[in-house]
Ligand binder design. Structure first.
Ligand SMILES: [Zn+2]
Length: 512
């Protein structure tokens, strides 16, 4: 009997209560109290107290403060031990909070534990090709080198080949030779080496090198299974064994994923330059976790370039994405860090959602005001979509919208007042697309670009290290930019890895 419909609540007023006897007033007050308790308890349910999934929990309700997180980060970073094992299989994580807590208590390092059974390859691999690497020129006297040469090292590399009718894993045996020049110098040909990603106090740093068993395309495929399909390291291993009859250790899977990210680092630097030249850039950010610490994942996306970045929500982070060299338009939500940009379009979809929420208010007046906002905001988008003819209709709509805001800003209803003030305070950015017809009215581009990242966060509970965050962001940037430019991202990343292993910078992603 404690259920009150909006119609019931609407009829309760000072007059209606004054008409009741004292006994009835007390009864009503008690029932309203019970109803309030019921609603309160319902609103406080989360994954710990009901069958709701952890992903529905409020990310802002992390008990730790920012400074605590920072301290934790600093003290725990050096615990990183092995280059191959610093990310646990994603699927195994119980909860980001639990994980952070258990890390604190057990002091257990992530990855393979000391004394556990290692991974070894059995038998001789079936070789599909042999490649010989000879020294060609003497490094001292620059004379061409000829026979006799002498092999001194060799290694196998498994590579994934994309054929017209499927994929295939092949094994190549690489031989490296040395030769003595007529000048007496001994020249040796070595596998290429590139960028070394250093994490302090880690036992083995990740070095891009050709001296590895995983070829560039196979590493790209493994990273795609993780970054694009959200598969855990364990599942990837199972997948490779079941479908491709290929055995690889979890550590090497981790390294391959990381390597694909590191190979994308130099590409991101170029994309940042490309982004500053754009006319319109959409910006958005979403919560992220790095070892349980609360961070933000930013995205800046234009017609042909997308850049992701994991960091704080501070303006300094934004200035790394959008530098002083940028003179175009920003399309954003209402977040304060964006406010200082003069050329800015505020996303109308956010305001429309807030107006929709008002139409569900208990108070009828507020409902009507909400409908009014909705009518004018949607009217503006519709009128602008009609082109030249529609623009004439905009002037009266703008006048009505302003009137609705002025009225709403005087209301007692907190949400109505806040929406009205929000529009008034940011008026120029809300209506920028009316004066500049090329501008989009919503920030859907950026929100779409974040959708997979949000799902990925829910599957993996974020990243564990700053290197992991940077790798993920770099890979997402390259994959999304390739998509925007009509380039195959996997061919491109494989090229980037192959170049990176030689110490070369990958070619820029072609602009179409
Ligand atoms: Zn020589």
């Amino acid at each position: 009997m404690n259920r009150f419909s909006p119609e019931d609540l609407n009829q309760i007023s000072q007059e209606s209560i004054e008409r009741l006897g004292k006994r009835d007033v007390i009864q009503l007050a008690l029932r309203l109290r019970d109803y309030a308790i019921e609603l309160y308890e319902k609103s406080n349910l989360n994954s710990n107290s009901s069958s709701k999934p952890p992903s529905s929990d409020d990310p802002f309700k992390n008990k730790k403060t920012k400074s605590e997180n920072k301290r934790e980060d600093e003290s725990e970073e050096p615990k990183e031990k092995s280059s191959d094992h610093h990310e646990l299989p994603d699927g195994e994580e119980p909860n980001h909070k639990e994980r952070a807590d258990s890390d604190n208590q057990s002091k257990r390092n992530p990855g393979r534990q000391p004394g556990s059974t290692g991974f070894g390859r059995e038998g001789k691999p079936e070789i599909h090709a042999v490649e010989h690497h000879y020294p060609k020129q003497c490094v001292i006297c620059l004379k061409d080198l000829h026979e006799p040469v002498q092999p001194y090292m060799g290694h196998y590399t498994y590579e994934l080949e994309r054929l017209a009718d499927g994929i295939k894993i092949t094994c190549t045996l690489h031989y490296y030779y040395k030769a003595v020049c007529t000048c007496g110098h001994e020249n040796t040909e070595k596998p290429g080496e590139g960028f070394v990603s250093v994490v302090e106090e880690r036992k083995r740093d990740i070095k891009l090198t050709e001296y590895t068993i995983v070829g560039p395309m196979l590493a790209t495929f493994i990273s795609a299974l993780s970054r694009r399909c959200g598969m855990s390291r364990k599942k990837i291993r199972e997948h490779l064994i079941v479908w491709l009859n290929f055995q690889i250790s979890i550590g090497l899977i981790c390294k391959s994923i990381r390597e694909a990210g590191i190979a994308c680092y130099p590409v991101v630097d170029e994309l940042l330059d490309d982004l500053q030249k754009e006319q319109q850039v959409h910006l958005d950010e979403t919560p992220w976790y790095q070892r349980g610490a609360f961070c933000w994942l930013w995205v800046a996306i234009s017609k042909s370039t997308a850049i992701y970045r994991i960091g704080t929500r501070k303006k300094t982070e934004l200035l790394l994405l959008i530098t002083e060299a940028f003179f175009g338009w920003l399309i954003t939500d209402g977040y304060g860090a964006y406010r200082s940009y003069p050329k800015r379009q505020r996303c109308l979809a956010h305001l429309i959602r807030k107006a929709v929420a008002l139409t569900g208010a208990v108070n009828e007046n507020v409902q009507k005001q909400g409908e009014w906002f909705l009518r004018e905001l949607r009217g503006l988008i519709k009128a602008m979509a009609q082109g030249e003819d529609g623009r004439i209709e905009c002037k009266p709509i703008l006048a009505r919208l302003k009137r609705a805001c002025n009225l709403g800003s005087k209301s007692d209803h907190a949400k109505l007042k806040s929406l009205a003030n929000e529009i008034l305070n940011d008026w120029d950015a809300v209506v920028a697309f009316v004066k500049n017809p090329g501008l989009p009215a919503t920030n859907n581009e950026a929100e779409r670009a974040l959708r997979w990242a949000v799902i990925y966060r829910k599957i993996t509970f974020g990243t564990r290290t700053s290197e992991g965050s940077r790798c993920l962001a770099a890979q997402l940037s390259v994959i999304e930019t390739c998509r925007l430019r009509g380039v195959d991202p996997w061919d491109y990343i494989a090229t980037a890895i192959a170049q990176g292993r030689k110490g070369l910078t990958p070619p820029p992603i072609a602009q179409t």
